[in-house]
Design a protein around this ligand. Structure first.
Ligand code: HEC
Length: 111
């Protein structure tokens, strides 16, 4: 009897972890997730930007010409002008996540 309770407890814990963990990490684990969570509301799910709101496309020729260093600075620090809506280094986006999101943008630029 005791043993059965223990087994049930372990199964419950495993199930709870299984349900909770993907929800904790979905936004942070890959470039697409970071983009969806932090960028898509402005730059659009298709990365095309919103011309009417002066939000640039990330798949334009200009964006393709920007170096990875330019993009990193733009995303992490807001670029030369220190744009406040960027500066994601201060908003919980790690250097690794910036790299992943740039890889995601580069991928989209090839399509
Ligand atoms: C609050 C809206 C907003 C969010 C959120 C946002 N951006 Fe931007 N982004 C802008 C605006 C507006 C500009 C244009 C800034 C300018 O040049 O004055 C811009 C410019 C850029 C540029 C430079 C493009 C170019 O051609 O000059 C890059 C790259 C970029 N954003 C990437 C990102 C990434 C990656 C994220 C998510 C981590 C993100 N942005 C989140 C609004 C946003």
């Amino acid at each position: 009897m005791k043993m059965t309770k223990l087994v049930i407890l372990i199964v419950m814990i495993a199930l709870a972890l299984f349900l909770v963990l993907p929800n904790l990490s979905w936004a942070a684990d890959d470039g697409a997730g970071v983009y969806k969570a932090k960028c898509a509301m402005c730059h659009g799910v298709d990365l095309a930007g919103k011309p009417a709101a002066k939000i640039p496309s990330l798949v334009s020729d200009d964006a393709k010409k920007a170096t990875d260093a330019d993009l990193t600075d733009m995303i992490a620090n807001g670029g030369k002008d220190k744009k406040a809506m960027h500066a994601f280094a201060n908003k919980g986006v790690s250097a690794d996540q910036v790299k992943m999101v740039i890889a995601y943008i580069r991928d989209a630029q090839k399509k």
